[in-house]
Write a protein that binds this ligand. Structure first.
Ligand SMILES: [Zn+2]
Length: 108
């Protein structure tokens, strides 16, 4: 007895798939937060294919927390780029990834 908005089905319209999104599945190609965070590095490095970039962009459009993570990572990269003009050290990347993971875990 979930939704009782509609009266008893006297329509007899059983088995007809509703085209009006009865399911709650994410749109096709929608990547999860974990995947987005993981790919942020590649996204920022420009190492993703156009298709992948679009997926990340689409996710960032819909997901506030990930936009925050993206902004954080982008700022960090800018900082590192101007300071050492080098790639982010693996150790730092790992720490940032860990921090982002913890953040997204608590920001529920
Ligand atoms: Zn997200």
């Amino acid at each position: 007895m979930g939704r009782g908005s509609e009266g008893p089905g006297d329509d007899g319209g059983h088995g007809v798939p509703s085209a009006d999104g009865a399911r709650r599945e994410p749109p096709a190609g929608f990547v999860g937060c974990d995947e987005t965070i993981e790919k942020l590095y590649f996204y920022l490095d420009g190492e993703l294919t156009e298709e992948r970039r679009l997926e990340i962009t689409r996710h960032l459009d819909l997901c506030g927390p990930c936009v925050g993570a993206y902004g954080f990572e982008a700022e960090l990269r800018k900082l590192v780029a101007t300071r050492c003009q080098d790639r982010v050290p693996d150790e730092l990347r790992a720490r940032v990834a860990e921090a982002l993971r913890a953040e997204s875990a608590t920001a529920d």
